[in-house]
Design a protein around this ligand. Structure first.
Ligand SMILES: NC(=O)c1ccc[n+]([C@@H]2O[C@H](COP(=O)([O-])OP(=O)(O)OC[C@H]3O[C@@H](n4cnc5c(N)ncnc54)[C@H](OP(=O)(O)O)[C@@H]3O)[C@@H](O)[C@H]2O)c1
Length: 237
């Protein structure tokens, strides 16, 4: 078992890629802790993970909340941060408050969590960006820029926090996540079908596709400062 007895904290572990990572880490015999804002989502996720998973509420846009989390859980081996809540849209239409809130969540949330975490020197950190950093769509400027900032943060922290390893996963379009909640089912399926046709692998991603890479990045001690594209070839399409 690749993560036997290692303490793995997943902020954003109650949904999508974070939940899939928690399940995969539990299968690798890690001591899994999930954290996010909603108690109800965390309880539901813990039932699905099934092992002796622990959960804590945290809002990583709030400094006191993050400090309390790390005081409660102590040192950890791996910190995985797929958590984010972002609103994107055309530059001329997106309110500044939404653009700033997105940056506060997807960039400064992980930044703050890493700042407060106590990592075992043999451990690792995994941040999440997204394909838009290098293949922006119209109406995605804020998210494209946040993703690029996260990728650069990962590289800078790999230097600054060594020997702790720091890597970034850049997912492509992935279904069965919270990212598209509220979108009508028919429109969602049409979007996934259209995207699948344009991808070299002819399908969009599943959270488990991302989770398997997350486990590899936690367990492979020779990888740091990398950005891993898990996008079905999306950068090429
Ligand atoms: N899905 C895609 O197609 C896609 C594509 C490219 C990149 N990505 C990126 O990949 C990562 C994972 O995406 P996903 O779709 O799997 O996410 P998701 O299913 O939407 O889950 C997001 C998680 O973040 C938590 N969260 C949100 N705000 C938080 C806060 N302030 N403090 C703590 N936890 C918070 C949520 O739980 P609570 O609501 O309980 O807080 C939830 O557990 C994200 O960075 C996303 O931007 C996703």
């Amino acid at each position: 078992m690749r993560l036997s007895d290692q303490k793995v904290l997943i902020i954003g572990g109650s949904s999508g890629m974070g939940l899939a990572t928690a399940k995969a880490a539990a299968r690798e015999e890690a001591r899994v802790i999930i954290a996010s804002r909603s108690k109800a989502k965390l309880k539901d996720a813990a039932d699905k993970i099934g092992a002796d998973v622990k959960w804590y509420t945290v809002d990583f846009t709030d400094e006191e909340s993050v400090k309390s989390l790390f005081t409660a859980i102590g040192a950890i081996d791996h910190l995985v941060i797929p958590g984010s809540f972002v609103t994107t849209g055309p530059l001329k239409e997106l309110p500044m408050s939404d653009a700033r809130a997105s940056m506060d969540s997807k960039f400064f949330g992980p930044y703050l969590a890493v700042k407060e975490a106590q990592l075992n020197p043999q451990g690792s950190i995994i941040l999440f960006s997204g394909i838009l950093s290098r293949r922006p769509d119209k109406g995605s400027a804020i998210l494209a820029a946040i993703n690029a900032a996260v990728e650069t943060l990962g590289k800078a922290l790999a230097v600054e926090l060594a020997p702790v390893r720091v890597n970034v996963i850049s997912p492509g379009l992935t279904r069965n996540t919270g990212a598209f909640l509220g979108m009508p089912e028919e429109a969602l399926e049409a979007m996934f079908d259209g995207a699948a046709q344009s991808l070299p692998v002819k399908r969009v991603g599943q959270p488990a596709d991302i989770a398997s890479v997350t486990i590899e990045l936690m367990s492979n001690s020779f990888i740091t400062g990398a950005v891993f594209d898990v996008d079905g070839g999306g950068l090429l399409s």
